[in-house]
Design a protein around this ligand. Structure first.
Ligand code: ZN
Length: 113
């Protein structure tokens, strides 16, 4: 994954939001990162410390909430949260499943002052 690009994307989203809220600085940035997204929170944190220098986000804490995998079974219609990376439905055992959560990452909220 391209954590640097993701970090810049985060800053491009949160800086205008903080400015339009009249904030003097951003205290915390909360992210939701799916376990399948391939995004490594530690890398984001590292890049953020560099990319945020001289901006409202300088020194902001990063809070990451991990989003677990959710599956939807096309055979029995049940939703489930697999343990590990099992690629079948825990209810009926079908492999006709799709992933409904865990691939995405997004900004949940920011805290400003
Ligand atoms: Zn099923």
């Amino acid at each position: 994954m391209h954590e640097l690009a993701i970090t810049e994307g985060i800053l491009n989203a949160v800086l205008p939001a903080a400015r339009s809220a009249g904030a003097s600085r951003i205290l915390e940035i909360r992210l939701k990162i799916g376990v399948l997204s391939g995004v490594i929170p530690a890398c984001i944190e590292e890049y953020l410390a560099i990319a945020a220098r001289g901006t409202l986000a300088e020194g902001a804490r990063l809070h990451v909430e991990t989003v677990p995998i959710r599956l939807h079974c096309n055979a029995c219609g049940s939703g489930s949260q697999p343990e590990g990376r099992k690629a079948f439905c825990p209810v009926c055992g079908s492999r006709d499943i799709r992933i409904t959560a865990g691939r995405e990452y997004c900004i949940d909220s920011i805290e400003v002052e």
